[in-house]
Design a protein around this ligand. Structure first.
Ligand code: PGA
Length: 241
């Protein structure tokens, strides 16, 4: 399966006009563009080759939930992917593993491809690789609890060590060899515990035009989730599979 390049624009850019021009410049096949929710509809008209992704979706399809956007509403708009469990939502908005698990289930039922973010925090990272492994496996197990195997093909895991995300200000950089070890572990876990035949795992965390190749060069990593570098189209377009 082809590797994915996902642009996570987060809360950028500042206007619909700016979002449309950025999208035109990044519109290529193999790419998923995840703009803020408010730009999904205008970008649907702009994008010809890239797929559209949302940065989040609610865990219930309809009802009295002020401000929420449901997975089916996203599907209706032509959205194909949704990011769930991003660390910025886990930590800034206190999204729990239970909420993330429900979001995963609801999004899959609606027909979305789920990009499920997992990754250890700085504290676990500093305690060493055993603690990192425990953290990851536990987080994955909670996010996938009771998810039916018929949906597994529509899930891609994004391994994003929280401390390696550009905005985490940890000052630390991930070493690709370290992430590869964790990604192998995630794949083995998914194969053994969930009997997934061909689990897909991407990497995210300060990926840019200089370092993407270290992650994508071999067959192990199935794509990259790109935050800040995706706001600069010249840099983003250098990231190729
Ligand atoms: P970054 O963000 O590339 O700016 O580190 C990645 C992410 O948060 O998904």
């Amino acid at each position: 399966m082809k590797k994915l390049i996902v642009a996570n624009w987060k809360l950028n850019p500042e206007s619909a006009k700016a979002a449309e021009s950025l999208a035109r410049l990044e519109d290529r096949s193999g790419v998923v563009i995840c703009p803020p929710t408010i730009y999904l509809a205008p970008l649907k008209k702009v994008l010809k080759r890239a797929k559209l992704g949302a940065q989040d979706a609610f865990w219930i399809e309809e009802g009295p939930y002020t401000g929420a956007v449901s997975p089916s509403q996203l599907v209706d708009l032509g959205v194909k992917y949704v990011i769930i469990g991003h660390s910025e939502r886990r930590y800034l908005l206190q999204e729990s593993d239970e909420v993330i698990n429900q979001k995963v289930e609801t999004a899959l039922k609606a027909g979305l491809q789920v990009i499920l973010c997992i990754g250890e925090d700085l504290e676990s990272h500093e305690k060493g690789s055993d603690q990192t492994r425990l953290f990851i496996v536990d987080q994955l197990g909670r996010a996938l609890k009771n998810v039916k195997s018929k949906y597994f093909k529509n899930i891609v895991i994004a391994y994003e060590p929280v401390w390696a995300i550009s905005t985490s200000n940890s000052g630390l950089e991930d070493a690709p060899d370290e992430s590869k070890k964790i990604i192998s572990l995630i794949k083995t876990f998914l194969k053994k515990r969930y009997l997934m035949h061909n689990p897909r795992v991407m990497y995210g965390g300060s990926v840019n035009a200089e370092n993407f190749d270290e992650y994508l060069a071999d067959d192990l990593i199935d794509g990259v989730l790109v935050g800040s570098a995706s706001l600069n189209p010249r840099e983003f377009n250098k990231i190729q599979t």
